[in-house]
Design a protein around this ligand. Structure first.
Ligand SMILES: Cc1cc2nc3c(=O)[nH]c(=O)nc-3n(C[C@H](O)[C@H](O)[C@H](O)COP(=O)(O)O)c2cc1C
Length: 193
């Protein structure tokens, strides 16, 4: 079978995590938005980007406060993740609707989501717009991880197997681990861990 050429692909990079981002309004009232557009942009120092369309309520909140928390849910939280991605904080309180628990962060005003085993506190370094989404680049100022999924506590490496993945307009669990990286030891030959 040959390859088809597609001029205008919709989501050509997949899978992505299905993440819950928390943010606050000027009075400190929290909101949650589900995002697939989440990516690491620097490992040292640890920096992460999130992509939000201007139409979302959370976009304006993060522009105003310049802080957010990236919370990674477990696969069994899929219904709550879906609720946060299909209604707006403009007209509903998503902590109320989902029953999720806000927990104070250390360095930022948006709360952590207690039920999520990983929470990344972020401060916005820059905002860029190249099309449909605004890209917020965040400095990760603190990571919180449940101890039972933590593999290396110096660098915060975690077991991803309980995580939730987003691809092709659907939610997925992690599949089989098929190999590990065979490091050659040569400079620049493998991603830093
Ligand atoms: C699995 C999933 C992934 C999503 N990814 C994004 C995304 O990356 N960027 C975005 O702007 N909206 C994304 N959305 C849609 C927002 O979550 C949705 O518009 C939400 O209702 C906005 O909430 P807010 O108005 O309270 O900010 C996604 C929704 C789902 C269900």
């Amino acid at each position: 079978m040959g390859k088809k050429r597609i001029d205008n692909p919709r989501r050509p990079v997949f899978p992505t995590p299905a993440a819950l981002i928390t943010c606050v309004d000027r009075e400190g009232k929290p909101n949650i938005i589900t995002l697939g557009e989440v990516a690491i942009v620097s490992i040292r120092p640890a920096r992460i980007s999130i992509g939000l369309r201007p139409v979302t309520y959370s976009n304006g909140l993060i522009k105003a406060t310049r802080e957010y928390v990236v919370n990674f849910p477990t696969a069994d939280m899929v219904e709550k993740v879906d609720m946060c991605g299909t209604r707006s904080g403009r007209d509903s309180d998503k902590f109320d609707v989902t029953g999720l628990t806000p927990e104070p962060a250390i360095h930022v005003k948006p709360p952590l989501i207690e039920e999520c085993p990983i929470n990344l506190e972020c401060k916005v370094l820059g905002i860029f717009s190249f099309g449909s989404h605004d890209l917020f680049i965040g400095d990760i100022v603190m990571m919180h991880v449940e101890e039972d999924i933590l593999l290396d506590d110096k660098i915060g490496q975690v077991d991803p197997s309980k995580g939730l993945i987003f691809a092709m307009n659907a939610y997925w669990r992690f599949g089989e681990r098929i190999n590990t990286i065979r490091f050659t030891g040569k400079k620049g030959s493998a991603p830093p861990v």
